[in-house]
Design a protein around this ligand. Structure first.
Ligand code: TRP
Length: 326
């Protein structure tokens, strides 16, 4: 079976954007691929974070993956720092990665802007570690959101550079994009994110979700209930496209353009579908949360399986580099 690898940062608030762009797609893919999913804690330390929360956030990220439908039966799930070879391979990849390439990564530029007082080497090397994550398992496919495509391109380049300089042992990984559209935050302007506080958390209570939806920005030109709206510029419609079936989409498209359906009605319809999808996830998360020992077991099993693959690759890499191996 073809192998896929993907990672998620333990940021503390996994939201609808992460779910639609990544996690839900991962669940779809489990049947067709040999799947490895990783909570990338070493990526998360490239910016300031509350130290006392990292452990909890890491376990919670794993819990969310399980609540969404991943399981030790359909995937290997583990924590990046538990398999030491990730950082080891990243160092080696650092030596074949042109600085000019990492400097032009948009995520690096954005983060450098956001964290002016802490533009560290790790922030720059972030996509190199990501390439190591993927190539350590020789994964050919990487399901990610659109914002990560540039990093996957760089992973291909790193594989090419390594293969060309030493020996062709790495595949050039391809991204797999989610079919769902990219959704914005409830401000209707920027990408959904925890830092911008414009997100809907995947485990939020129904009441909280409704409150955020109720006040979410729609088509700004639709001021009065009787004004016709334009679904094409409405973020609520985009979210509908990720959660509603075609019949409902057609109904809303028509209703919005003719002012037959108001924004609040449209949001209520969306809320119904969101509830249907998210309530079982929240309930499962609550149940799983009562037995953190189980989560720890899943992660230990994942790390053992992935650690074995990682070791084989690193042995091969060290030999390929011509290092002295006693
Ligand atoms: N950079 C990714 C993100 O922010 C997370 C990530 C780390 C990742 N390593 C990865 C994704 C390897 C895919 C493959 O979403």
């Amino acid at each position: 079976m073809k192998r896929i690898f993907s990672g998620i940062q333990p940021t503390g608030d996994i939201h609808l954007g992460n779910y639609v762009g990544a996690i839900r797609n991962w669940v779809y893919l489990t049947g067709e691929y040999d799947c490895i999913f990783c909570v990338v804690d070493y990526h998360a330390i490239t910016v300031e974070y509350p130290i006392e929360e990292m452990r909890r956030r890491t376990l919670d990220a794993a819990l969310i993956l399980l609540a969404c439908g991943l399981s030790p039966e359909n995937a290997n799930i583990f924590v990046q720092s538990h398999v030491r070879e990730h950082t080891e391979l990243a160092w080696i990849f650092d030596t074949v990665t042109p600085i000019g390439e990492v400097e032009r990564m948009t995520q690096f530029k954005d983060k450098a802007k956001q964290h002016r007082s802490n533009i560290n080497m790790g922030l720059m090397s972030y996509p190199v570690l990501q390439a190591a994550d993927i190539l350590l398992y020789k994964a050919g496919f990487v399901p990610v959101g659109e914002d990560q495509v540039q990093h996957i391109e760089l992973s291909r380049e790193i594989a090419r550079k390594f293969n060309g300089r030493f020996k062709p042992i790495f595949p050039e990984p391809q991204e797999i994009l989610s079919m769902a559209p990219k959704i914005l935050g409830v401000d209707g302007q920027s990408k959904m994110s925890k830092t911008l506080n414009n997100y809907i958390g995947i485990l939020e209570e129904e009441g909280e979700i409704w409150e955020k939806l109720r006040t979410a920005v729609t088509d700004v030109n639709r001021v009065r209930r009787n004004d016709p709206g334009d679904p094409a510029v409405c973020n609520i419609y985009t979210i509908h496209r990720a959660f509603s079936d075609n019949n409902m989409l057609l109904e809303i498209d028509k209703g919005c353009k003719t002012a037959g359906i108001g924004c609040i009605d449209c949001k209520k319809m969306l809320f119904g579908n969101l509830k249907n999808e998210l309530t079982p996830i929240r309930e499962k998360a609550l149940a799983l949360g009562k037995d953190m020992g189980y989560i720890e077991d899943v992660l230990a099993k994942g790390a053992a399986a992935c650690g074995a693959i990682a070791k084989t690759t690193m042995d091969e890499v060290r030999e390929t580099l011509g290092l002295y191996i006693p």
